[in-house]
Design a protein around this ligand. Structure first.
Ligand code: FES
Ligand code: MG
Length: 591
């Protein structure tokens, strides 16, 4: 049995006075000396639900079942608040707060008498924020998804949260629905507690937390209101106590092998383009090297099996009934496509022990390996004079575009077009329908000033719709490039997360409307066809922090000073030097 870290606060024979000081406030709250000084692990429930965070609010209920499980297994639960991150509510971006929640939770886990933690994950950035903190502090940790919402329905059709907004926006722009119709359509997609029911960033990151081995098998896909969600919450509470006694830590689970598995699963589920940002970030805090070249090398040729919106048809409840993540992992193992089936997971068993032999229960929702939706569904990592690294999700590009520019090896063709550049989304909205810009189907839309420094936090604004005069001609997508991100619930063929961003002096800072841009998907390049001398002149004319508005808060300024590029996980520079803090001994006494 390992010595409990919390006993160095509560039962430290070398320092009776401080022990009394630490103990009395927790006794005061109603806990007994038996609970605090015996051999009961103290478990934090890292609570991300609040009235400000509707996607995760159901965790307030689930935490009760987690507590029951912890107590039943002989632990002591302490629920602790995490800085709120609500994807749809926080301005200017929720992703700005991912690192703030990370910092705050790692300080909490390191500085208080805690032996283990249940990470209450869900809404987009809550999952990476909590996994990053678990990686840094490295005390035993288990994740629990809040679960997706029930399916949305509108006029007999499934409406997916997030995804429906992009469709309704187009219909509104084309004059097919009015304001009230717009609201009704959007609201239909979010019928219950839980996170987005589409394969957006939330479903992606919760699935990947399971694929990494950090959640109980089958946990990610259970819809939030289902009774099974209560059951798995109880089991998660029970299990963390065992993990503390076994000293099973994030560093035993989130290894390079586990990240490689997660990249493969991400292709098979058609995961969000936010996944490389977050996984690269978690890996850095774990001390595991991982970059966008790994994503292309490992993930590009993996088939898409999951038929969920935005790329497909179905939603979260269907995903659960089809078998969820284990049905995907099981099939990948059977096909020999999961590189490391022997990795350890939170339940003390290997991924193979958990998932071997599992198959799809609904073959139209999770396809069998013999009949994938797309044969190669991963991300391309493009490079050139526009950026050092940018991601393109290949599973959402049209058959026609794929055949012409990506698949046909006998007829190499690059895509070339005229750049139309927007400095931020406000500029885009102001100009996009202006006919004098003369945008046609041969144009490439470029968005800059939308990266981690420029926005700040990197905004999901790169999915730019064509002008309404093109929509009316039935042209629904143009190639887009940007230093911001794209909502995981959007399905357009964009080149995203361009790093370094324009605000950091990346190539996008130099491109101008009218420049020719050449994208060669087969070679993996994206370049502006502009003379080097012209680029040098444009570079000299740049101000020190271009395309960056004033910071509005102290955190925005601190973040801008310290943040790294999206390709490297958008983490705070230097923060990844602090690893395994809990293994380095306890912090100094406070009095
Ligand atoms: Fe919170 Fe989608 S907005 S999960
Ligand atoms: Mg979003």
């Amino acid at each position: 049995m390992t010595k409990l870290r919390s006993r160095l606060w509560f039962n430290n024979p070398d320092n009776r006075e401080m022990t009394a000081l630490y103990l009395e406030r927790y006794l005061n709250y109603g806990l007994t000396r038996e609970e605090l000084q015996g051999n009961k692990p103290i478990i934090a429930i890292a609570q991300t639900g609040s009235d400000l965070s509707p996607c995760n609010r159901h965790h307030i209920e689930l935490a009760k079942r987690v507590r029951d499980g912890i107590i039943e297994a002989g632990g002591v639960p302490l629920e602790v608040p995490v800085h709120p991150i609500q994807e749809t509510g926080k301005r200017p971006t929720a992703s700005l707060d991912r690192n703030l929640a990370y910092l705050s939770l790692s300080e909490t886990l390191n500085g208080y008498p805690l032996d283990g933690v249940v990470l209450m994950i869900g809404c987009d950035k809550t999952t990476p924020a909590l996994l990053m903190a678990a990686a840094t502090v490295n005390i035993p940790a288990i994740a629990l998804s809040v679960g997706p919402m029930l399916n949305g329905w509108f006029k007999g059709e499934r409406t997916g949260s997030g995804t429906i907004v992009w469709k309704a926006r187009e219909m509104h722009a084309a004059g097919e629905i009015d304001d009230a119709g717009f609201m009704e359509m959007v609201a239909s997609s979010t019928p219950s507690v839980g996170y987005c029911n589409t394969m957006g960033t939330a479903t992606t990151m919760n699935s990947l937390a399971e694929a990494l081995g950090m959640q109980l098998p089958g946990s990610a896909a259970i819809p939030a209101p289902y009774r099974q969600r209560g059951h798995i919450s109880y089991q998660t509470g029970q299990r963390i106590v065992g993990m503390v006694h076994e000293d099973l830590k994030p560093s035993d689970i989130m290894t390079r092998a586990a990240f490689e598995n997660a990249i493969i699963v991400n292709s098979a589920i058609g995961g969000s383009t936010n996944a490389p940002i977050h996984l690269n970030g978690i890996a850095r805090h774990m001390g595991v090297p991982l970059d966008n070249d790994d994503w292309q090398a490992l993930g590009l040729d993996i088939p898409l099996l999951t038929n969920l919106q935005p790329a497909g048809k179905y939603l979260g409840e269907d995903y659960y009934h089809a078998g969820g993540v284990p049905a995907i992992t099981g099939q990948l193992i059977a096909a020999g496509l999961l590189p490391h089936p022997g990795v350890m997971t939170v339940n003390g068993k290997t991924m193979a022990e958990n998932c071997e032999g599992l198959e799809t229960q609904l073959p139209d929702v999770i396809k069998p390996m013999t009949d994938p939706i797309v044969k190669a569904a991963g991300f391309l990592n493009l490079k050139g004079n526009l950026f050092d690294s940018a991601i393109m999700k290949t599973s959402v590009i049209s058959e026609e575009f794929r055949d012409r520019y990506l698949s046909n090896p006998d007829d190499p063709e690059a895509f070339e077009g005229r750049a139309v550049v927007f400095d931020g989304p406000e500029d885009f909205h102001m100009k996009i329908d202006d006919e004098s810009l003369d945008i046609d189907e041969h144009c490439i839309l470029i968005m800059r000033g939308a990266g981690p420094i420029g926005y700040p936090g990197a905004a999901e604004v790169v999915n730019m719709r064509p002008p309404s005069y093109l929509l009316k001609r039935n042209i629904h997508a143009l190639p887009c490039i940007g230093d911001g991100r794209q909502s995981g619930t959007s399905g357009s063929p964009s080149i995203l997360n361009a790093s370094p961003e324009a605000a950091a002096g990346g190539g996008l800072a130099l491109v101008a409307t009218g420049d020719r841009v050449r994208i060669d998907l087969r070679k993996g390049t994206a370049d502006m066809l502009v003379d080097e001398s012209v680029l040098a002149e444009r570079r000299t004319a740049l101000p020190p922090r271009p395309f960056t508005p004033e910071s509005e808060t102290p955190w925005q300024e601190i973040f801008r000073d310290r943040v790294g590029p999206l390709s490297e996980g958008m983490i705070l520079r230097g923060a990844d030097a602090f690893r395994g803090t809990a293994q380095k001994g306890v912090p100094r006494n406070n009095h």
